[in-house]
Design a protein around this ligand. Sequence first.
Ligand SMILES: O=c1[nH]c(=O)c2[nH]c(=O)[nH]c2[nH]1
Length: 286
Amino acid sequence: MAIVLGPNRYGKAETRLVRVHRDGDTHGLVDFNVSVALSGDLAATHLTGDNSHVLPTDSMKNTVYAFAKQHGVAEPETFALLLARHFVETQDHVDSARVTVESFAWDRLGPHSFQRRGDHTRTTVVTVTRETTQVVSGVTGLVLMNTTASEFHGFVKDRYTTLPETTERILATAVDAKWRHLSDTADWDKSFQGALDAMTNAFVNTYSLSLQQTLLSMGTSVLSSRPELAEVRLALPNKHHYLVDLSPFGLANDNEVFIAGDRPYGLIEGTVTRDDVPPASAEWYL
Ligand SMILES: O=c1[nH]c(=O)c2[nH]c(=O)[nH]c2[nH]1
């Protein structure tokens, strides 16, 4: 009996690519999760650790980002074909390249503003005691992005600060918000939709110097347009998008090709309140 190497493949999984097409003031946005798997004459690395046939998976990731810049990105099929053919054509030892693309759809909210397609969740928490009734409504999973009109600079620099100042970045978040009603009667659907629209409009229309500033703008927008609401609490993850350094490949990256970061993320939280309303019951703060 012999124990032998069976079928195998390798590659870079889940390269998170965000490509902004900046043709004029109206931006296009493509958001992909790209996985590459190559197979072929790869016995040596398994048997002896001889890597002479192994293209690093790191190079595959770089290829995804470089091709996104060079060729632009539209349909996932076109991009996947381009990549898969490239690996088979340029790597003698590769017989088969499998490229998988998950494409996340975004709906346009403005020239450079987008909402990720897919349902956000409407929430409500009602608390009744013998004396009081409190109705809290909210939303989670409302994913928004501005591909420009966001800066972040002038921040504290301590000995561990490496973040460069920027006057041009992507701002993206998944809104988690709750708002408390002043009364236990309202047109709940209309109130919810109004609050949602107010938050979204504020995100789209605020030129942002920090996500904190955008948070206050969103809360203010809700309270100024919804007299039935007393207070809004927002938790906004800063869904970081890192500019890819394409200079090793002789390519400029003028805010077009980004790594969509997963974690860690900044988490910006705050409450926006009318100063002339009764205080919330204890549950609001739990
Ligand atoms: O809008 C931001 N607020 C921060 O507090 C922060 N911190 C950070 O690293 N990036 C950002 N962005």
